[in-house]
Design a protein around this ligand. Structure first.
Ligand code: PNS
Length: 159
């Protein structure tokens, strides 16, 4: 059984993340969406809120489950018995950062494979930070995030 992890901060999950998770779910038996605490990034949504939004957005994908994690990704992958990391790759600006993380993860655990799935053109420049900015200015998010996330962002910025 091939189990893969799709890690990220998901603050919040976007249609771009969902595209990668959906593609991955068609390639592997089981996908664990690993939601990082990422405290240094001071997320807008709490870890519980981010996990819940990912759960709602992926509820239609039967072989996808969501788990929070803290600490090193390679250790969490080992704990979950997952041998593969799936990362989304967007525009060229992602490359340096992803390249660095992949190289270090390979050194930390040579057994753990990293596979990249390229984003389609419509999600090439989409990011959670841009989504948060648009939401803070009450812009239209329909094409960028699932409906549950739109509602959560509207509630957050109505506060
Ligand atoms: O969605 P993001 O914020 O770009 O995801 C980054 C994430 C969570 C995958 C990365 O920060 C991570 O792996 N964090 C866990 C801590 C860790 O293992 N750090 C060393 C990576 S080389």
């Amino acid at each position: 059984m091939a189990r893969a992890l799709t890690p990220g901060t998901f603050d919040p999950i976007t249609e771009g993340h969902l595209d990668v998770i959906t593609r991955a779910s068609q390639l592997f038996d089981e996908i664990i969406v690993a939601v990082a605490t990422s405290e240094r990034k001071r997320p807008l949504f709490s870890l519980e809120e981010r996990c819940e939004l990912v759960r709602q957005a992926t509820a239609h994908l039967p072989n996808v489950r969501v788990e929070p994690f803290d600490g090193l990704l390679v250790e969490f992958a080992r704990k979950m018995d997952a041998g593969i990391l799936i990362k989304g790759l967007r525009a060229i600006t992602d490359f340096e950062y992803e390249f660095q993380m992949t190289a270090l993860n390979y050194q930390l655990d040579p057994e753990l494979e990293t596979i990249f799935i390229m984003s389609p053109p419509e999600y090439m420049y989409l990011s959670s930070s841009i989504v948060r900015e648009i939401a803070s200015m009450h812009g239209d998010l329909e094409q960028f995030v699932p409906a549950c996330v739109r509602a959560a962002l509207e509630a957050k910025f109505a506060e």
